[in-house]
Design a protein around this ligand. Structure first.
Ligand code: HEC
Ligand code: HEC
Ligand code: HEC
Ligand code: HEC
Length: 384
């Protein structure tokens, strides 16, 4: 009884105590230095070589869940190499895990690798280059790439494209150019192309998620809710997920948005300041992006990986259900990074004592586990 009480108090400051987590790439870039990650990993062109290069473009689609599972899978090896180097094991709060995640977003870790040469071709094929020169306007006052306010961050970029749609539409009509929908690979390629030009190189890249809850109101104010109900209710859709996918979805919307606005004699809904980011954060909170697990399968993962051996009535681990219910915001894959860095070493000891194997996860298992943990919070939030 005394132990239980103690552990409950202790856990109030646990890895999952943060309510809703915002992430900030600038803090994240500090973190990889202060936590010593760069001593062993190259990231963004600098760092050690004891661990794999984390900045390298991957040949596969890298998601937050695959990153969290990679970290879990490599953790025992990582810890023993830390012990050998005499480095202390970093502990990480969920806010810090969120910042780290935002940092990886900002270096486009989760996007399919883009290709500048392909981007240049898409830029031409989509006729962007008919109006936008690299250093000078070619038509209708279209700002040259060198003057674009945001090429460094996909969300800000999406906002610029979204806001300029009405003028772009007018210029397109004059030049008899058809507007083109883009795939998320194409937008990634365009971004890599415009970011790599001599005119824009060196702009710092940023990514942040906010948690001020303004997104929900915006979703109504900007007329999104008008369409997104019933079969288009985004909560019911399985959205595939990176930030660039979101940016692409927004670009592909612009014409129908403009048409709806015209039909109801309303102004086109421009997004100001951080509004695109607020909308993104809101949809993110709804687990629409990046998390695609299944809670029912997650129960099996929880059993198969021996989590139940401690997290059960009378076990040495805390009751996750009451802990998660008290938490508020959804659990994310990157929350599982905080869990790993805070509780992992102790968990590893416990597992060794019980002669249990350290759990390795596939990306899908990690997503399912996260969905299960969310369902413990009260059911409705489980992404499924
Ligand atoms: C003492 C050296 C060391 C430190 C410090 C370190 N790592 Fe690692 N890391 C490794 C090694 C070694 C591996 C590969 C382990 C293996 O092969 O199983 C690894 C693997 C990883 C992987 C999996 C990579 C992949 O895609 O397969 C991730 C992600 C990672 N580390 C992130 C981090 C982060 C974030 C930090 C800072 C909080 C950090 N590491 C600190 C040595 C380190
Ligand atoms: C027919 C001409 C035309 C075409 C084609 C065109 N644009 Fe534009 N674009 C414009 C104009 C005009 C503006 C500026 C509108 C304004 O000032 O509000 C603009 C603005 C922008 C901006 C905002 C720049 C800033 O100020 O930060 C971006 C980003 C952009 N366009 C990207 C693209 C991309 C990507 C494509 C191809 C998929 C494209 N445009 C195709 C005419 C065009
Ligand atoms: C005119 C109706 C309409 C309005 C208004 C509208 N949408 Fe959409 N939205 C759609 C349709 C149609 C789709 C595409 C669904 C599909 O792919 O089958 C879509 C898709 C999306 C997607 C991608 C979903 C997926 O399955 O990949 C997102 C995200 C989204 N909308 C967000 C918004 C936001 C944010 C707003 C407000 C700024 C908005 N929408 C306004 C009709 C609308
Ligand atoms: C050997 C026993 C043991 C095993 C096996 C185990 N845990 Fe734990 N777990 C613990 C203990 C003890 C704590 C609390 C430790 C602490 O506060 O540092 C904990 C804490 C946690 C927390 C943190 C709760 C919070 O709010 O901070 C989560 C989440 C968690 N475990 C999930 C899992 C998952 C998922 C698995 C299976 C992959 C697992 N655990 C396997 C013993 C275990």
């Amino acid at each position: 009884m005394r132990f239980l009480l103690f552990s409950t108090l202790f856990l109030l400051a646990g890895a999952l105590s943060a309510k809703v987590v915002a992430g900030d790439s600038k803090r994240g870039s500090e973190l990889i230095k202060s936590q010593g990650c760069v001593n062993c990993h190259r990231i963004g062109g600098e760092g050690g070589s004891a661990g794999p290069d984390l900045g390298k473009a991957r040949s596969r689609n890298y998601t937050p869940a695959s990153m969290a599972s990679a970290m879990w899978n490599h953790a025992p090896a990582m810890w023993s190499s830390m012990e050998k180097m005499g480095a202390s094991k970093p502990r990480m709060s969920e806010t810090q895990a969120g910042d780290l995640f935002a940092y990886f977003q900002s270096i486009r870790y989760f996007d399919k690798p883009g290709d500048a040469a392909r981007g240049s071709r898409v830029f031409a094929a989509s006729k962007c280059g008919e109006c936008h020169g690299r250093a000078s306007a070619l038509f209708g006052g279209a700002p040259p790439i060198a003057a674009w306010k945001s090429v460094a961050a996909p969300i800000a970029f999406a906002q610029q494209m979204w806001n300029h749609y009405p003028q772009m539409e007018a210029a397109m009509a004059q030049r008899k150019i058809h507007w083109s929908a883009l795939t998320s690979q194409e937008l990634t390629d365009i971004l890599v192309y415009v970011q790599g030009l001599p005119e824009t190189r060196g702009m710092s890249r940023e990514f942040s998620l906010v948690s001020d809850g303004r997104g929900e109101a915006l979703f109504t104010e900007k007329g999104c809710l008008g369409c997104h109900q019933g079969s288009l209710d985004l909560k019911k859709r399985q959205v595939s997920g990176t930030v660039t996918d979101f940016a692409t979805a927004m670009w592909n919307h612009a014409p129908s948005m403009a048409a709806v606005a015209k039909k109801f004699s309303k102004p086109y809904p421009r997004l100001e300041g951080t509004e695109m980011r607020d909308l993104m954060s809101y949809l993110w909170d709804q687990q629409l992006y990046a998390e695609r697990g299944n809670a029912t399968r997650g129960v099996k993962v929880f059993e198969k990986k021996n989590c139940v051996s401690c997290h059960t009535a009378g076990g040495t681990g805390p009751d996750l259900k009451s802990q998660l219910a008290a938490r508020g915001g959804p659990v994310r894959s990157f929350s599982m990074m905080a869990v790993l860095w805070q509780h992992g070493p102790q968990m590893l000891e416990g597992m060794k004592a019980k002669k249990l194997a350290w759990p390795a996860f596939t990306e899908a298992e990690m997503s399912d586990l996260v969905a299960y943990l969310n369902s413990l919070q009260g059911g409705a939030k489980g992404a499924d």
